[in-house]
Unconditional design. Structure first.
Length: 236
């Protein structure tokens, strides 16, 4: 699909259950920076969805946080943060975007088009956040909730059933990635016991400094324990 043959957006609006009053907001949400840059190279003004993505990230976090806060009153802040991190991660947003066929409607430059950009997780996740922001700016928070909440409720239900919220390593990695250049690694510092009953001790290192230490019958279990201790150091 070339950049000049993107699908009309009627189908997308029907799928998400929201009709835009201002179609330009929807178009902006669907415009990737690669398309915008190509248009600018032709001396044609075309903004991209990056600013909307910035706002959409906050809208997504608010709706998800409010649901978790009101729906799980017995859970402490740390557990709520871990569940939220899993519910709004790139993998989840990519899946939600794919479910509504969002990639089919994106305006992409030729480079992204030729390298399967319509299916790239980062592009889909960013566009999903931009779409949330566009809905919010066009109609307020209620239509955002009407579209987003059923999907978030389903994601959280799966997380609670499978225990994905206990993936401390993923939660820690998401925190560390907020600062560019930081290096997180897990170092096995001790391995003892008979072959059928090994005990591993692992340290979580951030830029060479120990931020967590854990033990377990497998290296993975010890790493999870070390990550859990590191999260506590960060106040989570």
């Amino acid at each position: 699909m070339s950049i000049s043959h993107s699908l009309p957006t009627d189908g997308l609006e029907k799928t998400i259950g929201y009709r835009f009053s201002d179609q330009e907001k929807l178009r902006l949400a669907l415009t990737h920076s690669s398309y915008s840059n190509e248009m600018k190279a032709r001396d044609q003004r075309s903004d991209c969805n990056e600013r909307l993505e910035f706002l959409g990230d906050s809208v997504l976090s608010f709706v998800t946080s409010e649901y978790l806060f009101t729906g799980f009153s017995s859970l402490p802040e740390g557990d709520l943060s871990r569940i939220r991190a899993s519910a709004v991660c790139e993998k989840t947003l990519c899946r939600l975007a794919s479910a509504i066929g969002l990639g089919d409607y994106l305006l992409l430059g030729h480079g992204e088009e030729n390298t399967d950009g319509r299916n790239r997780p980062s592009i889909l996740a960013d566009a999903f956040e931009a779409l949330l922001a566009a809905i919010y700016l066009d109609g307020g928070i209620e239509p955002v909730k009407a579209f987003l909440l059923p999907r978030i409720v389903e994601e959280v239900a799966v997380i609670m059933q499978t225990g994905k919220d206990l993936d401390y390593k993923t939660s820690l990695q998401q925190i560390i990635q907020q600062e560019r250049g930081d290096i997180l690694e897990y170092v096995t510092v001790r391995e003892e016991g008979p072959a059928h009953k090994r005990e591993f001790t692992v340290e979580a290192h951030l830029n060479g400094n120990v931020i967590g230490r854990g033990c377990g019958s497998t290296k993975r279990a010890a790493e999870q324990s070390a990550a859990k201790e590191a999260l506590a150091l960060f106040g989570i």
